[in-house]
Design a protein around this ligand. Structure first.
Ligand code: AMP
Length: 585
């Protein structure tokens, strides 16, 4: 397929605000495209060039991209700069200069616009892979030659792919809907695709298997080493009694809940790779955990689910979540590994010696985990108590709090206790001290807008517009304005921090009423942890809104940024609805 044809699909998708329309355009695309390159289309639609966990990101900075546009078009960088400012987007800036190509690239020009999807993909991969001395020039040159050989529409999307700002508003689930409609006849048949995606975390691979081997191929897709699974998530309740009712088994295991970073470890012989909750590879950041896994596990190959927690080995004390975030770095890794030592606490085993354990029930997986991991202070298995009595669970919970832990995660020991990758299930319920009293538990909300600051806040933002994620509709819905809880430093840095997500108009997949129209819009990118005291009905917010009254948070206060969560990991609209119902009950 010519890249031009794919770019036309992108344009159509970008222009529609209806999710159903978007799905049907994608379905047409998937039906038309050759099965050999369908994986590329799926990656491009979600703004990537490969599965997230492969860590192949083009990630060209704006400066380098501008330089490439200037090179390809034989114009001055300053000209590109001012066009970009005028049009508000470098992709559109690049498109504007179409027709003014540098003679250097005449050779690379084919007649008309003949770039294929594969050529664009190869070019972007080559940019991502270029490293070492001279690589910056090499990257610029490759991009410039792609741009020189492309027309205006193609230029727009090549630049956006290079910058990592595709933002068609097509989430993973929407792409899966498009695939279901194209190959299974209806988007309502998404479920097996979603399962395949949850265990492989590779939207391109799912698309390719479906196109080549149909539903049978999808059903044969298995857990594999070095392909991270989307982590299972926990529900929450407002009382221990409700917890006992909802969990779905009489016997419950209450496990210690650690406040750190979720890490999935894949050990394959003498190699171990680590993946974050967002499924990025973080092996390089945690050489200590790599070593722990090698030293503490007996199996030849294994996938473990757990939490890395910042830990003082001398004082035997845990540090809060923010501390471990300082280990997110590419440089000075060893130095920080010493400064901020971590303990790796594992709580599940998903695969061992060639076999998936996902369908095994929790008690069997836990036994297996205990047989597989030799515990020390560096790597341990989450402590727990198993009981059918509320008092015993409560006692263990209090004990955990006394030891400085966050609370407990209660897990079903019954028939519903298999591991459900990517799902938030009642068979796992988290229980923290604040859940009982009021809503003073934190929520993770997506920042989608801001209001200009006045008076003491002139020059920064006065408040931010926050949204929940409506998973069923795949849209972000507004739930509150956030104006308090910021430290001076966070407040001052807001414009810088949010700059790369800023956009002139309301992005696709955001539902907001005119009444709360912000001064600035942001693409859903940044997630903040927010404390609130109550949920109330609101005439202006769209969270669970039916056109008139939605739900909103009272007295929201900023706690922290959550770089470990992606926008679709944010608190969902249905979670807010459940919390509201609990609160009213
Ligand atoms: P939350 O991030 O508040 O939704 O809480 C769920 C998170 O708690 C999981 O995603 C894990 O990162 C973390 N966690 C800590 N200890 C455990 C445990 N024993 N079992 C499951 N999750 C745990």
């Amino acid at each position: 397929m010519k890249f031009e044809v794919l770019a036309q699909y992108f344009e159509k998708i970008e222009e529609t605000s209806s999710r159903n329309k978007m799905i049907s355009i994608m379905s047409d695309l998937f039906t038309e495209i050759d099965e050999e390159i369908i994986d590329i289309a799926a990656y491009f639609l979600t703004g990537d060039i490969a599965a997230d966990y492969r860590d192949v990101k083009v990630g060209l900075g704006e400066e380098m991209t501008k330089a490439s546009v200037a090179m390809a078009s034989n114009v001055d960088e300053s000209e590109v700069e001012s066009k970009m400012k005028e049009l508000g987007d470098l992709g559109d800036g690049a498109a504007y200069f179409y027709g003014r190509r540098h003679e250097l690239y005449q050779d690379e020009l084919k007649t008309g616009t003949n770039l294929t999807v594969d050529e664009v993909h190869q070019g972007l991969i080559a940019i991502a892979n270029a490293s070492g001395s001279g690589s910056q020039e090499e990257k610029k040159r490759i991009l410039a030659s792609l741009l020189a050989a492309s027309n205006d529409l193609e230029r727009r999307y090549i630049v956006r792919l290079a910058l990592g700002t595709m933002r068609l508003g097509a989430g993973d689930m929407t792409v899966l809907d498009g695939l279901a409609e194209a190959f299974l006849g209806s988007k309502d048949k998404r479920e097996p695709l979603e399962h395949a995606y949850n265990v492989s975390s590779d939207i391109g691979h799912v698309a390719e298997v479906l196109a080549k081997s149909g539903l049978d191929g999808i059903k044969r897709m298995r857990v594999a080493i070095n392909r991270p699974l989307r982590p299972m998530l926990a529900q929450r309740v407002d009382s221990l009694t409700t917890l006992m009712e909802k969990i779905g088994s009489e016997v419950i295991a209450a496990e210690e809940k650690y406040d750190g970073e979720r890490i999935q470890a894949h050990k394959d012989g003498d190699k171990t790779r680590l993946y974050s909750r967002r499924l990025n590879e973080v092996t390089g950041q945690f050489p200590d955990i790599v070593q722990y896994v090698q030293d503490h596990t007996s199996a030849e190959s294994v996938i473990l689910d757990g939490e890395a927690v910042a830990y003082d080995f001398e004082k035997e004390e845990y540090y809060p979540f923010q501390r471990i975030m300082n280990r997110r770095r590419k440089y000075d890794v060893e130095e920080y590994a010493e400064k901020i030592p971590v303990q790796y606490v594992v709580f599940d085993i998903l695969y061992k010696n060639g076999k998936s354990l996902l369908t095994k029930l929790y008690p069997e997986r836990r036994n297996n985990l205990e047989r597989t991991v030799n515990e020390t202070a560096k790597m341990k298995i989450a402590g727990r108590v198993t009981s059918s009595k509320l008092e015993a669970i409560d006692e263990f919970f209090q004990e955990c709090l006394d030891r400085g832990l966050e609370g407990v995660v209660c897990k079903s020991c019954g028939d519903n206790s298999r591991y459900r990758a990517g799902a938030r299930e009642w068979s796992w319920i988290k229980w923290k001290p604040s859940y009982a009293s009021d809503l003073s538990d934190t929520l993770d909300l997506v920042i989608i807008g801001a209001y200009a600051g006045k008076g003491a806040r002139a020059g920064t933002y006065g408040s931010l517009l926050c949204a929940t994620y409506n998973k069923e509709e795949a849209v972000f819905e507004t739930v509150c304005k956030l104006g308090s809880g910021f430290t001076d430093e966070v407040l001052e840095n807001l414009p810088d921090k949010l700059e790369d997500a800023k956009t002139d108009s309301r992005p696709a997949r955001i539902s907001a009423t005119k009444d709360i129209e912000p001064d600035y819009w942001f693409y859903p990118k940044y997630v903040a942890e927010i404390l609130s005291s109550e949920i109330t009905k609101s005439p202006v917010h769209t969270c669970d809104g039916d056109g008139d009254r939605g739900l909103s948070l009272r007295f929201p206060r900023f706690q922290n940024w959550r770089p470990d969560k992606s926008p679709t990991d944010a608190t969902t609209t249905s979670e807010i609805v459940t919390m509201y119902e609990n609160q009213e009950a």
